[in-house]
Unconditional design. Sequence first.
Length: 591
Amino acid sequence: MNVRRKIRLGELLVQNKVISEEQLAQALAEQKRSGRKLGRVLADLGFLAEGSLLEFLSKHLQVPFIDLKQVRIDREAVKLLPEPLARRYRALVLQQDERGLLVGMADPSDLHAYDELQAKLRLPIRLALVGETEFLRTVDLVYRQTDEIASLAEAVRDELKEGDVDLENLVADEGSPDAPVLKLLQTMFQDAVQARASDIHIEPGDDKLRIRLRVDGVLQEQVIEGKRVAGALVTRLKLMCGLDIAEKRLPQDGRFSVRVRDAGIDVRLATMPTTHGESVVMRLLNQNSAMLSLEQLGMPAQTEQRFRHLVERSAGMMLVTGPTGSGKTTTLYAALNHINQPGVKVITVEDPVEYRLDRITQVQVASKIGLDFARVLRTALRQDPDIILVGEIRDRETVEIALRGAMTGHFVFSTLHTINAVATVNRLLDMGAPGYMIAAALHGVVAQRLVRRVCADCAQPVQPTPNQLAWLAACRPQLVPEKQKFIAGSGCTYCNLSGYRGRVAVYELLEIDRALAECIRRGDLDGFIRAARAKDGYVPLAQSAIDLALTGVTSLAEAMAVGSGLEEILDEDRHQPLTDDGVERLLAQRA
């Protein structure tokens, strides 16, 4: 299809009485000032919704409108048009078949762009109209750096052939910014940021290198041929951290910062010797990401209110528990951010310091020189603090110092690795903490997990499987699944065909009252568990996960993945499952 003449969008809209001449004049003035396209200006000024504009253009230009949220994009077809040209001409190759190429354009009336696309693609083109907002969002997702990573790794491998180049000198050459190793690392970080990855794993194999990105808690893998490439990458990364590049037998930790797409990224690096060389895991922390507030954590309203009341106390201990990567640090920093006031002295003892907060004294643990948690904590108590955050309680000495601090007028935050809130007391006792100290100091425990959010762009209703129905029947016997609406993602471009995009925390909050404290003091763990289950307002993790599935935040499959193995903590006699009316209340609460 070809467009014979260039249209003047503003005049056309006025002629068809879509907008007024006054609105056009105002929009043209704003367009001249900002340099943005007229359609975007009209939408931003509120004169014309983007959907209405797209519908109008589709009819006038006689080209179909395609919603990029719904279409399945052929990833191989996309590669036919280089990313710079795609961005310049606001065009994407969506599909390829026997008829040629289906190309989505934000402005199909652009004759110059159309001619350039024909010259570059050299195949019959069928045009479709796509929204500019969705185009800009999509182009960042479909143009991943995986091909460039593979080609750069091949270039590194070619330079390392037959041992004719010294590996360490190659990667340490600061005068060669275009060296393949540096380009490869830069591209890896760009791809990780583009994919919203939280971690990068570099894993050498027998004759291959695996680069895996953790996105929304799940690893995505790319395999590269050539074992020696891993050595070059690890050596360069060690140099960036100031680590010993000659030491390959022992694990090492370090950190450095990089800039990717004008964003500062803090990188925490850990190496580990394996049978095929050193494996590296890098945690990526965006310096520009805003600190979450308590309201932004996503706690249910009742849980948030109780948590807020606990963290505002002047003395005691609050523990946040869960496995690695469950968001414990984010929750703790949201609490610190809430109570960080000019009249409050806050000291944190961390390994490592993940976020930097103004007005807070933060101490980095350095075990190599004897600056461990216990030593820093003893010193911190002599610095006249009101609040102390201990990054993690790891041994008996640390837990006893923290408990004494909480008993002597300080409020202490810390983390533990336990399966749920109820198991936390057992873990403290197992570490050697006396029961009377735990009973006197511990005020509350938050246990949490992260579940993936259903992708809003491809969410659709689903029916529970027999296994899911059986699990629901065990956890919520009074709930009628047939009357509930469960959703799941079918997979689209925006979620990398996974059906999920982003994560949200599932919380379990246990407040320690006098009855629970008395059980702890006596060492009566069975009585403590029974009293915890019977406590008003206590919602176990498994039930919180089901609540998120009932309200459409996550899928039932995700809820089951988090809650399976935890449903034994439900107490059918005291904590009754939600009825259908309860689901409606939940929906209203989260609206």
